[in-house]
Design a protein around this ligand. Structure first.
Ligand code: SF4
Length: 301
């Protein structure tokens, strides 16, 4: 019988190679490179990115190696059209300690079509699990120039220790406003129960789609870092296909907003689409304590 070769790269293989590398096992990455030996030296190819991740694995596990700089930039300082702030990501799903049904629509998976985007997520997950890697993350954080950081565009706090690492680090740069969304509620509550003092410059949005129940959500709402909820609600598909939801300046945004409010069934602030254009004064709702207690809603897309 003819053996079907493994797919060159797909979401399942992205997950498998990433999960192994994050555990420090390079076998599935090495198999991929053996099957795809060409273009390793061509920037941005799957082979090139997998080879860089193998190299990263070697550096962070070899006690004799000194890592001078990470293979992938730890932070995306420039951001993008939707998010014009510095941003940090790690491997979605694998690092999402509290993910539930959101795993079905996780937008991070679409980023895995791009080798470098996937590679950056995996590399950061690897760095965060080793002392040498966390030192690199710390150094990169201290070099950030952006006054705003979105912590975890993809991924989430994977453990209580990882959460504390970030919270301690955020305290060292009180001039940076850090904000994010998390479903790692067990990890937050464990830190709260240990009497942890939270940084004043971190703002947390509780995102929907987690595996946790309403009791945990209510405890999370009492944390001093919690701004409020950010929920995803179903809307008519044409609002998504027309891209009305992508900016409050787009045609059809008012109609889309009406649909979001109806679907949410309560008073909500409808996500403006572009974070740099969110509020008239140039600030953004998700990172603003003026929006404490306000539920922000977006249509599922
Ligand atoms: S509500 Fe504003 S800050 Fe929050 S995600 Fe939407 S555009 Fe960005």
């Amino acid at each position: 019988m003819k053996v079907k070769p493994e797919a060159r790269m797909n979401q399942t293989r992205c997950m498998k190679i990433a999960a192994d590398l994050i555990k420090g096992d390079t076998d599935s990455a090495a198999l991929f490179l053996a099957e795809n030996p060409t273009s390793i030296d061509k920037n941005g190819t799957w082979e090139n990115v997998v080879a860089k991740l193998c190299y990263t694995a070697k550096l962070i596990t070899d006690s004799r190696a000194t890592i001078v700089q990470p293979v992938f930039a730890v932070f995306n300082e420039a951001g993008n059209v939707k998010l014009p702030f510095a941003a940090f990501s790690s491997m979605a799903i694998i690092d999402c300690a509290g993910y539930g049904e959101c795993g079905k629509w996780c937008y991070s998976k679409t980023a895995w079509r791009h080798p470098n985007a996937w590679g950056r997520q995996v590399a950061n997950s690897m760095l965060l699990r080793s002392e040498a890697g966390r030192k690199l993350v710390t150094e990169a954080f201290h070099k950030l120039k952006s006054p705003i950081l979105r912590l975890y565009v993809d991924g989430d706090f994977h453990s209580r220790e990882n959460l504390q690492f970030w919270m301690d680090l955020i305290k060292t740069r009180p001039e940076i406003q850090v904000y994010g969304y998390s479903k790692s509620w067990v990890e937050f509550i464990a830190l709260k129960l240990a009497g942890y003092e939270w940084p004043a410059n971190y703002t947390l949005n509780l995102s929907s789609g987690s595996r946790h129940d309403d009791t945990l959500r209510q405890i999370m709402a009492t944390l001093p870092v919690t701004r409020g909820e950010f929920i995803a609600v179903p809307v008519a598909r044409h609002h998504m296909t027309s891209k009305a939801y992508q900016s409050k300046r787009n045609d059809g945004f008012a109609e889309y907003s009406k649909n979001v409010r109806q679907s949410a069934g309560k008073r909500v602030f409808v996500c403006a689409g572009k974070c740099g254009d969110c509020l008239p004064d140039g600030t953004h709702a998700c990172g603003s304590r003026r929006f404490d207690g306000v539920t922000i809603a977006i249509g599922v897309h």
